[in-house]
Design a protein around this ligand. Structure first.
Ligand SMILES: [Zn+2]
Length: 749
């Protein structure tokens, strides 16, 4: 027997032994042929799932995965915020190492290797589908995905808060996912990431026919997500993919639901917002029904998936594979897990929180540290730090030394940045008095910041003011924010709300001095974050722009862009201001400088497209329109015009532009008709038929839609339907020449 054949026989034997050990009858699919599906459930507490003992609503589909795979009873999210948590999950690195600590103001750096990039290198077809703007293209988690499907938004509508609330339902995401599953290359393995956002507030799951939901409020969202997840699992099963796929389900963070006074998540790192579901199903690789009790971290997910595939871990990954914990007897009661939140500091100038826990005890590092015995006090109601100082200090020391080992000094931190002497001088030249602009804001800078637990009541009132602002009640928002400022004049966010409310109410004369005071206050407050400081200058620029005070607006925009050339809103608003002031060349310079850094920024592309249209640069406009299609971005109005520019020579991209625009608009039969036409011209006849059908349901008496439906049916080879539609067109408009002619040709043939 040759050496090769001996090896082959031995390999076969090993597989058989493993299969036996796992209690499998049929031979499992080898790791080298496995695909991966990663499902992230936003804002999902583990205790809401039946498999974790939840009883509020049935979650049969998630429970099934737990039953047929492994369940981690104590899975800990590293940060209770969507983008940072996903960044950790996708890279296997802690937030402190990545320097990604909040939504919106951070981007996952390009040079970091993601799980998707790694799997793409291995030949996997990669596709990511997200359902919150917070994870949209541009924030960095799209790295490595050949297909990245994100949330359509209209950035010219609404304010920043509303933009960040843009989301889509699990049903809408599934629709795209299922289409991709049909279109993907069946000969390639795949890595599919699906992100469901629904449990995030507001708690209002879509009610659809045929979908039975249980419970109310947050629980109803859980019920909805479980049901949609079930549809995905069914699809994989029908396509015969389920058992050759490693399915991983993880929550990105939990939800406080009033626990410790917090309504949602982000400020605290108590169990309510850090404990998440983590399930792994991979028949033949992961034994069914396995439950791992001790703490594990989401940062280990990437390494675990790679390990199950037989691949090396990510080079800079910090979380070890959980495979030994799945396979071994060691439940890891001695293991530790970590979490942090910098949201209090970045948004409000309060102290950040960090924590370490083992199987039983948990320390939260804060101005007043907290120690809990989670076994006897799972609700974290009794702070033992004073009583058991020795244990508390031991955990604090281990947390501090751990932090040193994982923090990357080179990871750029929004929390710390120095204002140069020149920048300080420019602030003074803009009329700000501050003799003492705080020069540095560092990590361990010794500045005493308020403890978030002391501030939570104020925060809830502030959130109420924001809710009112975003639902059109600017007056209500103004009242609450002025109320807060009366008691706490140092509350920067309340001041921001006051300014935004005054802008919404058109009271710009009042807004101006408040905005000036806001710049002054944030620049001189050593606890204010860089994001707050830049935001204050941008807000001032906005007030001046709306007042028509071009020079002052311009000087503020230029300072913001010098401080932060990545500020998309400033670049676009400033360019628009220049354009409106008849300075197109300068507008172009600003937009191009931004696009050089962020070539797929839809909103910046849309601004360049407008400039090119205005200057009559048709070639440029066509190129930019194509780039908008590829980036799937821009505002609806620009996208609609871009589709017209492309419709003759590039109908495929013209269709994409209209699809993206329509996703952000109320349905409109005329636009749908345009979309159907370019879809048909780019050979997507089935899609064209669907589109024309949707249009004709809205405008049943439009003869042109019947005519187009007829043409598409004929092209699809359905002569009966084609004839019927053409006759319909003639019934609605007896003199419809094209319809008459086509019917005559059909008779003749
Ligand atoms: Zn989230």
């Amino acid at each position: 027997m040759s050496a090769t054949r001996v090896r082959m026989r031995l390999a076969g034997l090993q597989i058989a032994v493993v299969a036996l050990a796992l209690g499998e009858c049929s031979e499992p699919v080898p790791a080298s042929r496995r695909s991966v599906v990663l499902v992230t459930l936003d804002t999902t507490r583990s205790d809401r799932l039946g498999a974790y003992g939840g009883t509020a609503v049935p979650t049969p589909n998630l429970d099934r995965v737990a039953r047929e795979g492994a369940l981690f009873e104590t899975a800990v999210s590293q940060v209770p915020l969507t983008l940072p948590s996903h960044a950790s999950l996708m890279t296997g690195r802690y937030p402190a190492s990545l320097g990604v600590r909040h939504n919106g103001i951070y981007r996952l750096p390009e040079d970091v290797t993601t799980l998707a990039e790694r799997l793409a290198e291995e030949g996997f077809e990669t596709a990511g589908f997200v359902s919150s703007f917070v994870l949209n293209r541009g924030f960095g988690v799209e790295q490595g995905f050949e297909r990245f499907d994100d949330v359509p938004v209209d950035r010219f509508q609404g304010n920043r808060d509303q933009l960040f609330e843009a989301e889509r339902s699990a049903d809408d995401v599934n629709e795209q996912v299922f289409r991709w599953l049909e279109e993907r290359d069946p000969d390639r393995r795949f890595f599919l990431w699906v992100h469901y956002y629904d449990p995030h507030d507001p708690y209002d799951p879509p009610e659809r026919e045929g979908r039975r939901l249980h419970g109310t409020g947050y629980d109803r969202e859980i019920s909805y997500v479980d049901s949609c997840f079930g549809d995905l699992v069914d699809r994989l099963g029908e396509a015969d993919l389920l058992d050759s796929t490693i399915v991983v389900v993880a929550g990105d963070h939990g939800e406080s639901l009033g626990d410790h006074g917090e309504s949602t998540h982000g400020v605290f790192i108590y169990e309510a917002s850090t404990r998440v579901p983590l399930l792994v199903r991979a028949p033949g690789l992961v034994p069914a029904g396995r439950r791992v009790a001790g703490p594990v971290e989401l940062v280990a997910v990437a390494a675990t998936i790679l390990d199950l595939l037989g691949l090396d871990p990510l080079p800079e990954g910090q979380g070890p594979s959980l495979r030994p914990r799945i396979e071994g007897d060691d439940d890891g009661h001695d293991a530790t897990a970590h979490a942090e939140t910098y949201m209090p500091r970045l948004d409000y100038g309060w102290s950040e929180l960090t924590m370490v826990r083992d199987g039983r005890f948990k320390l939260i590092q804060a101005p007043t540290p907290e120690l809990y015995d989670l076994r006897d006090d799972p609700g974290e109601t009794l702070n033992l730090f004073q009583e058991d100082t020795e244990r508390g200090e031991r955990l604090a020391a281990s947390l501090a030394s751990w932090a040193k080992t994982i923090e990357d000094a080179s990871a750029e931190s929004q929390a710390s940045r120095t204002l140069s002497a020149e920048e300080q001088e420019r602030l003074r030249s803009l009329g700000y008095l501050g003799g003492e602009f705080s020069a540095t804001v560092g990590e361990g800078d010794g500045i005493a910041r308020p403890d978030p637990k002391e501030m939570i009541a104020q925060l809830e009132r502030f959130l109420e003011s924001r809710r009112r602002l975003n639902t059109g009640d600017a007056l209500g928002a103004l009242e609450i924010s002025e109320d807060i400022l009366g008691e706490h004049p140092e509350n920067h966010q309340a001041r921001v709300t006051r300014i935004l409310a005054l802008i919404d109410l058109g009271r710009l004369v009042e807004a101006e001095p408040v905005a000036r005071a806001h710049v002054e206050a944030t620049q001189t407050d050593p606890a204010a974050s860089v994001a707050l400081r830049e935001g204050s200058l941008e807000l001032m620029a906005t007030v001046y722009r709306l007042q028509g005070r071009i020079d002052e607006a311009e000087r503020h925009y230029r300072l913001v862009l010098d401080l932060n050339p990545d500020s998309e809103t400033s670049a676009v608003d400033f360019a628009t201001l220049l354009l409106e002031s008849d300075r197109p060349a300068e507008a172009r310079e600003i937009v191009d400088a931004f696009l050089a850094r962020h070539p797929s920024s839809g909103i910046a592309l849309a601004t360049r497209f407008r400039l090119e249209e205005l200057s009559g640069d048709q070639d440029g406009a066509r190129r930019t329109a194509a780039a908008m299609a590829d980036a799937r971005g821009g505002d609806p109005e620009a996208l609609i015009r871009a589709s017209r520019v492309l419709s003759q020579h590039d109908p495929a991209r013209a269709a994409v532009c209209l699809e993206v625009a329509l996703a952000a608009l109320a349905p409109d039969p005329a636009l749908l008709a345009q979309l159907g036409a370019v879809q048909a011209r780019s050979g997507r006849l089935e899609d064209a038929r669907e589109t024309f059908l949707a249009a004709s349901r809205m405008a049943p008496r439009d003869p042109r839609l019947q005519y187009h439906l007829g043409v598409v049916a004929l092209e699809l080879g359905d002569e009966k339907e084609g004839r019927f539609r053409l006759e319909q067109a003639l019934r609605l408009d007896a003199g419809y020449r094209e319809a008459q002619e086509l019917l005559r040709r059909l008779e003749g043939s």
